[in-house]
Design a protein around this ligand. Structure first.
Ligand SMILES: NC(=O)c1ccc[n+]([C@@H]2O[C@H](COP(=O)([O-])OP(=O)(O)OC[C@H]3O[C@@H](n4cnc5c(N)ncnc54)[C@H](O)[C@@H]3O)[C@@H](O)[C@H]2O)c1
Length: 350
């Protein structure tokens, strides 16, 4: 199989690359190495994933390029049978500061990927990393009840979490939510209008090894890094916000199940840890402190714009159509993340 991964040096992209390279696929990565720059991280954090992949696999080719440049994409996608489109401006906060840049990377960049696929003679499958943020603050219209360490949905209708048919409009989103939603809709449309096989995955919180989480994005990895490295953590809100968390290896498995599915021409799935794998921020910190054997230093600020109080993915559709379920539970996944940070402390001396 020949695979192109945009954003393949990022957290999720590097795991997709490893999964396919270890199964003898020819993997091309297109990435502009912008994450370190965007979050003022040292270059060694960008190069870490590249070095890891290069030193373990000969069948991975890296192309430095930008999804806003159609020439870069066209060249990298020449023979691709599957395109995993993971390159993105990834933070809500940055999208509010610079909505044009967010639009250009997420909406126009996704459009460029789709046009590249449409014009390709190989008619590649396109996998799109969408987000729970496409539902915007419609999620906060669901009544919640406050418990000791967390909020939970008070409505029976959402007992299993948020399904794919929750309304995506008539609410506030933030620019990131809008640009991811624009990409999401275009990807769905390129299946129905142009006959491409496309998969849209609306992902909640993905976490795992090789994730350089920062305060603005990748909160679980950030909490882990900060706790292990004894840096202060600011919690926006009261910390009772709840997310379902999914280990990155389980995410890659659901992508692959869709790629291999013969019965599905296109698909739209909410994916996350589901009801079995939920945590509030406060509960996550308790577990991280336990595995790191350290106490986190916390302060509290007002909630951030666009923050959902409870988001839990209803993963029934992926379970039923793709015969998939998460394998790595909260405890195992967090212990692994803490171990990775603990054994790579030299990467986090910023
Ligand atoms: N991590 C999560 O919890 C999560 C949740 C929902 C959705 N997503 C989506 O998953 C995808 C991957 O996220 P991630 O956590 O791996 O983020 P990441 O920041 O680790 O990876 C993104 C990669 O894209 C690259 N990139 C950014 N702009 C680019 C451009 N213009 N051209 C080429 N490369 C560019 C960056 O250098 C980086 O390596 C994104 O689309 C994100 O919106 C992630």
């Amino acid at each position: 199989m020949r695979v192109l991964i945009t954003g393949g040096l990022g957290f999720i992209g590097s795991h997709v690359a490893e999964y396919y390279a270890s199964r003898d696929a020819d993997v091309t990565i297109l990435d502009n190495l912008s994450r370190a720059n965007q979050y003022n991280l040292p270059d060694k954090t960008s190069l870490y994933n590249l070095n890891h992949l290069k030193s373990n696999y000969v069948n991975i080719q890296f192309v430095k390029g930008d999804i806003r440049e159609t020439g870069d994409l066209f060249e990298a996608a020449k023979d691709a049978e599957v395109i995993f489109h993971l390159a993105s401006q990834v933070a809500v906060t940055s999208s509010i500061k610079n909505p044009r840049l967010d639009f250009e990377i997420n909406a126009l960049g996704t459009f460029n990927v789709l046009e590249t696929a449409r014009k390709s003679s190989t008619a590649p499958i396109v996998i799109y990393a969408s987000s729970n943020k496409v539902y915007g603050l419609n999620v906060n219209k669901i009544p919640v009840e406050e418990k000791e360490t967390r909020y939970s949905f008070a409505s029976e209708d959402f007992r299993e979490g948020i399904p794919e048919d929750l309304s995506i409009d008539l609410c506030e989103h933030t620019p990131y939510g809008c640009s991811k939603l624009a990409g999401d809709l275009y990807v769905q449309d390129y299946a129905s209008v142009y006959g491409l096989k496309t998969g849209v995955f609306r992902m909640s919180c993905i976490y795992g090894e090789r994730q350089f989480g920062v305060e603005d994005q990748g909160w679980l990895a950030w909490f882990t890094i900060a706790t292990v490295m004894e840096k202060p953590i600011t919690i926006y809100g009261d910390g009772k916000q709840v997310r379902d968390i999914l280990h990155v290896s389980d995410l890659v498995r659901v992508y692959d199940a869709f790629v291999r599915s013969r019965h599905l021409k296109s698909g739209l799935f909410n994916v996350g840890g589901g009801l079995q794998n939920t945590l509030s921020l406060l509960e996550a910190l308790d577990l991280i402190e336990k595995y790191a054997n350290k106490k986190a230093t916390l302060s509290f600020e007002e909630p951030r714009l666009g923050d959902q109080k409870v988001y839990i993915s209803n993963i029934e559709k992926a379970r039923y159509l793709l015969d998939w379920r998460p394998k790595i539970g909260v405890n195992e996944g967090l212990e692994r993340l803490v171990y990775w940070v603990h054994t790579n402390k030299e990467l986090f001396d910023w």
